[in-house]
Design a protein. Structure first.
Length: 365
């Protein structure tokens, strides 16, 4: 089954040969798993951009090896094995991708000047809904839940504390639910080594992962109501209202700025002292999804009166009481050099005025 050019193959592959019947066979067999492989590479790398490149590399390697695929494993398992080893090779020459709160040290003073560090390869958000990266309807429900939870930003940030092989083993065992023997075969170690790596990874992850108290279930109505108030408070530039929606230990951070801030009072002080907004209407928020979590593209009005992409906010929302109270526990506000391009990945327009009717800005603009 020699394989050749496919729609998603890199340009160098596309110029080497004409499509064949086996190309179509390969495409039909592997393409349904592309989003899963992208999510797997993202868990390994902590970067959507790196994940896209390594997914492409995975498919190129699979395309070249398809004539040797014997079917003893499923196509999904085979692709994940290739992707895992592709990522492990890439990680040998890359730094871990943290969030500011993952660098160690205490929360910052919100009255201090902001510092940036563009040399740090910061963690990146993942564009897409949980349904896009979950397996099909025939998958084990436990796996579906694990796959969805394991794309959340806090989990990806915690994974960055693990050495490469521990990270791979934990993802393969606890997220993909592979047997220890399958993992050992995939990464070329013994089963005993897999079990040892998994034990150390789980222990380190428990120490690294943030714990948010969430004693109750979050209803859809409660979440929608909170997010509507959140948007309204930002667009009215009501800092007190913004702060009132955070938990007592809520965290706000803004890579590539190096600081992180804890508690409603500190977050309010930070916003008042550094946000360019001055009045209602200066900010417009449009909803999207990042890492399977509620997120917003924030557009800031410039001196010319035009709103432009300013930051992408990813929220962690928790239930804080049996009465159904819902609050914001964590916000990561991502800045970037080309936010227009980043916004596009999340389905957000270059200007809020181009948004579809269902997400049009509030009427006071």
């Amino acid at each position: 089954m020699g394989c050749r050019n496919l729609n998603h193959m890199p340009p160098q592959a596309a110029t080497t040969a004409q499509p064949t019947d086996s190309d179509a066979e390969f495409h039909a067999a592997t393409e349904p798993f592309r989003r899963e492989i992208l999510a797997h590479c993202y868990r390994m790398m902590g970067s959507h951009h790196d994940a896209e490149d390594l997914t492409q590399d995975t498919y190129l390697r699979a395309w070249r090896a398809y004539d040797r695929f014997d079917g003893r494993a499923s196509v999904r398992t085979w692709l994940h094995k290739i992707a895992t080893n592709t990522c492990l090779t890439a990680l040998q020459s890359r730094q871990r991708r943290p969030l500011p709160s993952g660098l160690g040290g205490d929360a910052f003073d919100p009255t201090d000047a902001l510092d940036t560090d563009r040399e740090v390869p910061w963690l990146e958000p993942f564009a897409g809904t949980v349904d896009e990266i979950s397996p099909g309807d025939d998958a084990d429900p436990a796996y579906v839940v694990g796959a969805r939870e394991s794309i959340r930003l806090a989990f990806i940030a915690a994974l960055q504390h693990l050495p490469e092989r521990q990270r791979a083993v934990l993802i393969l065992r606890d997220v993909l639910q592979w047997r220890a023997a399958e993992v050992a075969d995939a990464i070329g170690v013994t089963t005993a080594t897999v079990n040892s790596l998994l034990q150390r990874a789980r222990e380190q992850l428990r120490n690294a992962a943030p714990q948010h108290d969430s004693p109750g279930e979050i209803t859809d109505d409660a979440k929608r109501e909170l997010l509507a108030r959140y948007v309204s408070a930002f667009e009215r530039y009501d800092v007190d209202a913004i702060a009132s929606m955070f938990t007592d230990k809520a965290i706000w951070e803004m890579p590539p700025f190096t600081g992180w801030y804890q508690g409603p009072a500190s977050i309010a002080t930070l916003i008042r002292g550094n946000c360019p907004a001055e009045k209602a209407g200066d900010q417009i928020l449009l909803p999207t999804t990042a890492n399977g979590q509620p997120a917003f593209g924030l557009y800031m009005r410039g001196p010319d009166g035009v709103h432009r992409p300013f930051q992408l906010q990813v929220l962690d929302v928790v239930a804080t009481g049996a009465a159904g109270t819902v609050e914001v526990a964590h916000v990561v506000a991502f800045f970037g050099d080309d936010l227009t391009e980043d916004f596009a990945r999340f389905g957000l327009p270059a200007t809020p005025y181009d948004a579809p009717p269902q997400v049009q800005p509030s009427p006071w603009h």
